[in-house]
Design a binder for this molecule. Structure first.
Ligand code: BES
Ligand code: MN
Ligand code: ZN
Length: 508
C-alpha cells in the first residue's frame, strides 16, 4: 500500500472511497467540515440518510453510502470519532484500522481520507501521521501463508491511501506517515513470526532470523550461542528448562550501534518457542495458543528489524533466551535445582513457571556482559497478569520511577497500553526455598504476576534500572479486533520504538 498526503481539494479528486469523519455530541452525530461539504455535493442525501438511520457518530462506528457517480468517489464512508475531547493516539489507530477493514471488504483500491481539524487540533501532526499509517496498515494485516491459493488470491489489498490534509504542518505529518509505515512493518514482522506454527519457529530458527537481520546492515551484529556456548556461559537455568526438548536451545545477543550515542538500552525477550508446561503439564486448552510464548523474543527481533531504518541515537542490545518447554524422560523435574549464570540457585517447583527461569540467565548476562543504562524485559509471563489487566493492557514493574514514567509516556504516544503493578517487598517471602536460594513459584495463586516480577528482580544487579513488561494478555488476540485480527498482535514493538525515540540523543 502506498501512502501519500495531499493538500489538493478532496472534493475534486477521485477514487474508490472517500472517508469523512463525524463526532458524537449530545448523542447526535456532527459531521466534520469536510463531511458537510461532501453532503452539499450530494445535495443533502448524506445527512438525510444518516439522520434516517439515527446514526450517532459514536467512536468506531461507520456508515457507508454509494454515490452512484454523483461525485468522483464510488463510495463515502462516514467514520465516527465519538467524543473528540477523548481522542488519543490509540483511538485514532483503532478508527483508522476500522477504516482499512471497511475499505478492504468494499474492495476499494484507492482510499482517500479527508482529515478533520478535530484530529489535527487534538494530536500533533507527526504523531497523527504515524497513527494514521500504523492504524491503516495494522488493520489490513492478514496471515494467509498457509491458506490455499484460492483464498490468498481472493484477498483484497488496498493499493493506495491518500490523506487530504487542510493547511499547515504537512512536512511533520508526512514524516509521521513514513515512520508509521516502518513501525507497522516491524509489528507485522512479529505477527508473522508468532503466528507461524511452533515446530517451524524453533530456537534455532530464531537464532537464524537474528543472524540474517544482522547481516542486512553494518550498524547491527548478532552472536548466537548454541547449547555448547550456553553451557560455557554457565546458563544452568536456561539449560535446565531446555533439557526435556529434542530441539536445542539458543541464546541470542543482538546489538545496534548508533552514531554518537552514549546510552545503551538492553531489551530482553522471553523466547519459549512452545510452552507445554513441561512435566507440570498444561491442560489441552491451555496449550492451544502456547506458540505465543515467544512473543517477547519476537518483539525484540521486530525492533531490530527496523533500527537501521529509524536510526535512533541510542545503542540497543537485544537478548533472547530461546527454548521449548517440553515434558520427556529427560525433562527437568519439579524439585530440581538449577544454577543461573549469576551463581544463584533456583528450585524449580513448577516447570510451567519456566519463563522466569530462562530469563534469570538473560538478566544475569545483561548485568554482567553489557553496560546497560536500562534493562527492559518483555515476557508472556503469567496468566495472572491477564486476569488482572485483561487482553489489552500489559503489566509494568520497575525499580526506577523515572524509567516507569518514560515508559508510560511512550505507551501513551504509541497506542499501547501499560499499567504499573507494584513490586511488593513483603511478598518476597513467598519465593524463599527450603533448599535453594530462591524457588520459582509462590505458595498460593495470589499475586502471581507480582511473584513473577519479584523473581526476575533477583537476577538484576543492584543499582541497575530495570523494567519488566508482562505481555501475556495483549500478545495474542482470541478474537478479531480492528487493530489485531485473531492471532498474534506484535505487542511491545510500538512501545519500544517510541521509548527508544524518546531516549535518542545525539552527541555528535
Ligand atoms: N506462558 C505462560 C503464561 C501465559 C499464559 C501466557 C496464558 C499467555 C497466556 C507461563 O509460562 C505460565 O505457564 N505461567 C504460569 C505460572 C504459574 C505456574 C506460576 C501461569 O500463569 O499459570
Ligand atoms: Mn509456562
Ligand atoms: Zn511460558
Amino acid at each position: 500500500m502506498k501512502f501519500q498526503s495531499s493538500v489538493s481539494d478532496y472534493r475534486t479528486s477521485s477514487g474508490d472511497m472517500l472517508v469523512v469523519f463525524a463526532a458524537n455530541d449530545k448523542e447526535q452525530y456532527v459531521l466534520s467540515g469536510e463531511g458537510k461539504a461532501v453532503d452539499e455535493l450530494l445535495s443533502g442525501v448524506l445527512s438525510e440518510l444518516l439522520s434516517g438511520e439515527r446514526y450517532d457518530g459514536a467512536f468506531d462506528s461507520t456508515y457507508l453510502i454509494h454515490t452512484h457517480g454523483k461525485i468522483g468517489y464510488k463510495a463515502v464512508l462516514v467514520t465516527g470519532l465519538g467524543d473528540v475531547k477523548k481522542l488519543t493516539v490509540g483511538k485514532v489507530q483503532k478508527v483508522c484500522a476500522r477504516i482499512a477493514r471497511r475499505a478492504t471488504s468494499a474492495r476499494a483500491f484507492s482510499l482517500h481520507v479527508a482529515l478533520t481539524s478535530d484530529l489535527t487540533s487534538v494530536i500533533p501532526a507527526e504523531l497523527l501521521g504515524q497513527s494514521v499509517s500504523e492504524g491503516i496498515l495494522l488493520g489490513s494485516y492478514v496471515f494467509l501463508k498457509h491458506k490455499e491459493e484460492k483464498v490468498r488470491i481472493k484477498h483484497h489489498d488496498i493499493s493506495e491511501c491518500i490523506i487530504h490534509i487542510a493547511g499547515g504542518k504537512l512536512d511533520a505529518f508526512d514524516k509521521g506517515l513514513k515512520r508509521g509505515e516502518i513501525v507497522a512493518g516491524a509489528v507485522s514482522f512479529v505477527r508473522d513470526l508468532v503466528n507461524e506454527p511452533p515446530s517451524t519457529t524453533t530456537p534455532a530458527y530464531l537464532g537464524d532470523r537474528a543472524k540474517s537481520l544482522a547481516k542486512k546492515d553494518p550498524s547491527l551484529s548478532a552472536t548466537v550461542f548454541d547449547k555448547k556456548g550456553i553451557t560455557t556461559l554457565g546458563m544452568g537455568a536456561l539449560l535446565g528448562i531446555a533439557r526435556g526438548s529434542e530441539e536445542d536451545p539458543r541464546f541470542i545477543h543482538l546489538s545496534y550501534k548508533a552514531t554518537g550515542a552514549k546510552k545503551t538500552v538492553v531489551i530482553v525477550g522471553k523466547g519459549i518457542t512452545f510452552d507445554t508446561g513441561g512435566l507440570s503439564l498444561k491442560p489441552a486448552n491451555g496449550m492451544e495458543t502456547m506458540k505465543l510464548d515467544m512473543a517477547g523474543a519476537g518483539a525484540v527481533l521486530g525492533v531490530f528489524s527496523v533500527l537501521p531504518l529509524l536510526k535512533p541515537h541510542v545503542n540497543v542490545v537485544g537478548l533472547i533466551s530461546a527454548t521449548e518447554n517440553m515434558p520427556s524422560g529427560s525433562a527437568i523435574k519439579p524439585g530440581d535445582i538449577v544454577t543461573a549464570m549469576n551463581g544463584k540457585t533456583i528450585e524449580v517447583l513448577n516447570t510451567d513457571a519456566e519463563g522466569r527461569v530462562v530469563l534469570a540467565d538473560a538478566l544475569s548476562y545483561a548485568c554482567k556482559n553489557t553496560k546497560p543504562d536500562y534493562i527492559i524485559d518483555l515476557a508472556t509471563l503469567t496468566g495472572a497478569c491477564m486476569v488482572a489487566l485483561g487482553e489489552e493492557v500489559s503489566g509494568m514493574f520497575t525499580n526506577d520511577t523515572q524509567l516507569g514514567q518514560n515508559l508510560k509516556s511512550a505507551a501513551d504516544n504509541s497506542g499501547e497500553a501499560i499499567w504499573e503493578l507494584p513490586l511488593v517487598e513483603e511478598y518476597e517471602e513467598e519465593l524463599k526455598s527450603n533448599v535453594a536460594d530462591i524457588k520459582n513459584v509462590g505458595s498460593t495463586r495470589y499475586g502471581g504476576a507480582i511473584n513473577g516480577a519479584l523473581f526476575l528482580k533477583e537476577f538484576v544487579d543492584d543499582g541497575i534500572s530495570w523494567a519488566h513488561l508482562d505481555i501475556a494478555g495483549p500478545s495474542f488476540s482470541e478474537k478479531d479486533t480492528p487493530l489485531v485480527p485473531k492471532g498474534a498482535s506484535g505487542v511491545g514493538v510500538r512501545l519500544l520504538l517510541e521509548f527508544l525515540k524518546s531516549e535518542s540523543v545525539s552527541h555528535e
